[in-house]
Design a protein around this ligand. Structure first.
Ligand SMILES: [Zn+2]
Ligand SMILES: [Zn+2]
Length: 163
């Protein structure tokens, strides 16, 4: 057996099921289900993040799957992509030493992701824009890109931040 396989995740190369598990008690034994498209896009992000580095910078999953109750408890958007149906299609992530907008621009480079920029990091999901492709949290309130600037994340972010 290849010794390198020891570091492989049980969901994808860099991700483990426990990282995506709903944190509530009720879900302790529930099967963790994550969209393979989302995992593929997250792995693509890692390739970009680690480009030119001789070490791996971990992507920390702050929130993966959530059951309805947990989603409600933390004030998540009703019908959130974090709720598996049947797979969870969203992840809230952060990377040490990358700002949320830097991480968001990497997600944009990967493409096919909706991206929400928050203080703690970013939300990404693999749902098509409807109609917004991006959002920025101002406090707890998301400002959506649809009516403002839906094609360029940095431009949209700068408009929202007034820079
Ligand atoms: Zn739960
Ligand atoms: Zn999220």
């Amino acid at each position: 057996m290849d010794g390198n396989n020891k570091s492989l995740g049980d969901l994808s190369t860099h991700f483990q099921k426990w990282e995506f598990r709903c944190p509530c008690k009720k879900c302790r034994r529930k099967k963790v289900r994550v969209s393979s498209l989302l995992l593929f896009k997250l792995e693509m992000m890692i390739t970009i993040i680690d480009r030119g580095l001789d070490f791996h910078r971990p992507v920390i999953v702050l929130s993966g799957n959530r059951c309805e109750e947990e989603n409600k408890r933390i004030g998540g958007f009703p019908g959130s992509e974090h709720i598996p149906a049947p797979d969870g299609e969203a992840a809230d992530i952060t990377v040490d030493s990358l700002t949320p907008i830097e991480l968001g621009l990497i997600a944009e480079e990967v493409g096919g992701l909706r991206i929400g920029i928050a203080k703690w990091g970013i939300h990404v999901d693999v749902k098509p824009p409807c109609p917004s492709k991006f959002w920025v949290y101002v406090g707890k309130k998301p400002i959506y890109s649809g009516p403002i600037e839906n094609n360029d994340l940095l431009k949209f972010y700068q408009i929202i931040k007034g820079k």
